[in-house]
Design a protein around this ligand. Structure first.
Ligand code: SIN
Ligand code: CO
Length: 388
């Protein structure tokens, strides 16, 4: 389906998590957020996750290498048939981070990252499917996209290939995209792109944790809170007819007990907020610790608080308290601080004028200090990479 206009309400009602669609001229990208040279530069950095995918003319042989790359790698590449993919460019490159503001019709914490790909003529990564929702926003150049049907998790993949390429791909729709056009794909829809000349594509990918990951997470949260002294207990005692038998009633009782344990919305909330704000890269933040006096002096001197480019923040309103989650940590506070928590989550930069009255509140002061000292916020003069 091709949408000539990006009507967000219609998109959410009919397409989001349901079916693919192409939105023509969705976002104006006449100022390209990142150039191919900048992208190649990022792919040479140690801490940046990048991949190079090469294919031969037949489209049957694929080759994958992981970064960091050297300048020589790029100089030695052929003029066509390859794609460079750089993950989480939003962390490293402010103009790419700013693209995320167009997607606030979905909560911020749902976004995983913005991956950017630079493909040369005929470049692509082969027919495949992903497990997450993705917006494929075309930057400079043109690409031809092919979309197919919904894939089963066990769909046959090409053998002896480092990439997850579908053995059989039946294109159902074909779209030619150019700058600003955006293809939306729900999870598990088969797709493939082939670049026509050199082109750039921004993939805004959403988080799709697996059930296994979530069950493990919530059971860790529940188990670390229940003491070791809580043990298995028999239900109704009775002399067993068969001493070797596990009676059905035992399982039914156990089932009830487990349901009671899991039926803890507070625990689910605590775990989920921390889980979805966990940083993508654990060790790449460098806090600039300060003291209460340092923070107050900075703000009275006109400094504001900027969100670290790695930071992930979300808040949750409970009846009796508010929780702010920042980079996997949870901060509990009275509901009086809700407007502060909400602002911290909404803005990339918070000016001194907004902060000054809050610093008179001890609870708010402690919270802001903890966020600065853990590296989620940075005390700074200017809203360097802010979109506001
Ligand atoms: C690409 O940007 O070339 C690939 C993105 C995708 O298919 O998920
Ligand atoms: Co894909």
């Amino acid at each position: 389906m091709i949408l000539e206009q990006f009507d967000i309400k219609l998109f959410l009602a009919e397409y989001w998590q349901r079916k693919p669609c192409l939105i023509k001229k969705a976002i104006d990208l006449s100022d390209e957020p990142v150039s191919p040279d900048e992208l190649a530069g990022l792919a040479c950095e140690e801490e940046v996750e990048s991949r190079l995918v090469r294919c031969d003319d037949t489209g049957k042989k694929w080759h994958l290498t992981h970064g960091p790359f050297s300048e020589e790698t790029f100089l030695q590449l052929p003029p066509a048939n390859w794609t460079l993919l750089v993950q989480a460019v939003d962390i490293w490159h402010p103009p790419v981070k700013n693209l995320k503001r167009h997607f606030r019709f979905i909560p911020d914490w749902r976004i995983d990252d913005v991956m950017v790909s630079y493909a040369t003529d005929h470049g692509g990564v082969g027919p495949h499917f992903d497990y997450y929702d993705v917006f494929l926003l075309q930057g400079c150049g043109r690409r031809r996209w092919f979309t197919g049907g919904l894939c089963e998790a066990d769909a046959a993949l090409m053998e002896d290939c480092e990439l997850r390429i579908l053995e059989k791909f039946v294109p159902e729709q074909e779209f030619m995209v150019e700058s600003g056009d955006m293809l939306y794909l729900p999870p598990r829809f088969a797709h493939q792109s082939i670049s026509e000349g050199a082109s750039v594509c921004y993939s805004i990918g959403f988080r799709a944790p697996s059930a296994v990951e979530m069950l493990q997470g919530i059971s860790d949260e529940l188990s670390c809170r229940s003491g070791d002294e809580e043990r298995y207990r028999d239900g109704e005692p009775g002399i067993p007819e068969h001493p070797g038998e596990i009676r059905r009633q035992v399982i039914a009782d156990l089932h009830q007990w487990l349901l009671q344990k899991v039926n803890d919305t507070d625990a689910i909330a605590r775990w989920f907020g921390s889980f979805v704000t966990s940083p993508r890269y654990e060790n790449l933040r460098f806090p600039q610790p300060t003291s209460k006096t340092g923070l107050k002096a900075g703000v009275s001197g006109g400094k504001g608080l900027a969100r670290d480019s790695h930071a992930r923040l979300a808040f949750l309103r409970q009846e009796s308290e508010t929780h702010l989650f920042a980079d996997g940590h949870r901060y509990r506070m009275t509901n009086e601080l809700m407007p502060l928590a909400s602002r911290l989550c909404d803005a990339q930069f918070i000016e001194a004028a907004f902060l000054a009255p809050w610093l008179k509140n001890n609870e708010a002061l402690d919270l802001l200090l903890a966020l600065v000292n853990s590296g989620s916020l940075v005390l700074t003069d200017i809203a360097t990479d802010s979109e506001e």
